[in-house]
Design a protein around this ligand. Structure first.
Ligand code: PRP
Length: 211
């Protein structure tokens, strides 16, 4: 019998689905908030149009070059996948994964590199692609980290930006949408690991984000 995702989630005992106790707790917590996802902030159609616009600018700006698009795992997977298919240039992709050092990040901006690039970026035109920029600390750190490897150029793209949350001055060349200080999910952006697969971008009530 085929089970839908919702069935698998709601019937944790479904055949072949074994959840560790901690994961079970997390699953329940996520499920408890699932109905509190609020209105659509940006529909899949609006996102598609915006990604296309960004890709057109990139195509124009990098004429004659072969940029390396660097997606920041995990949130950037969706936007990178859509963006790269609209860029009408030969280009390559690579990925980095980072995690914050907890409290110290808010002061030092230092992040831990969990996965480094496979490509050598020296002399390459590098474009960092992220789903959302909040404090700016992650991109600020990654920019410094990659500049040390002497790329030919280094620019940044964020589908969403929350300017009111910014803690560092950062020039992000390609920004899709500016958003107020609300918790958002969908199109790659998660809450407790869930919701990344929603096609639209939704706002979540603040009390939901706080658990
Ligand atoms: C998010 C987002 C950015 C970062 C932005 O990643 O994808 O990389 O936070 O925050 P900042 O501007 O305050 O530094 P997250 O740590 O949630 O990981 P994820 O991409 O795996 O969801």
């Amino acid at each position: 019998m085929m089970l839908t995702c919702a069935q698998v989630l709601s019937e944790g005992k479904a055949v072949g689905v074994r959840l560790w106790p901690v994961r079970e707790e997390k699953r329940k917590a996520v499920l408890a908030t699932m109905l509190k996802v609020k209105e659509v902030l940006f529909s899949s159609e609006e996102i598609e149009e915006k990604v296309r616009e960004l890709a057109e600018r990139i195509t124009e700006d990098y004429q004659g070059e072969e940029p390396l698009l660097v997606g920041i795992l995990r949130g950037a997977v969706v936007v990178l996948a859509d963006l790269m298919r609209c860029v009408e240039l030969p280009c390559e992709i690579d990925f980095m994964e980072v995690s914050s050092y907890g409290a110290s990040t808010s002061t030092s901006g230092v992040v831990r590199i969990l996965k480094d690039l496979r490509e050598n970026v020296t002399g390459r035109h590098v474009l960092i692609v992220d789903d959302i920029i909040d404090s700016g600390l992650t991109l600020s750190y990654l920019r410094r980290f990659l500049l040390a490897r002497k790329p030919a150029s280094l620019e940044m793209l964020a589908l969403l930006s929350k300017p009111s949350r910014r803690q560092v001055d950062l020039n992000v060349k390609y920004v899709g949408f500016e958003v107020p200080d609300v918790f958002v999910v969908g199109y790659g952006i998660d809450y407790a690991g869930a919701y990344r697969n929603l096609k639209d971008i939704h706002a979540v009530e603040p009390r939901t984000a706080e658990g």
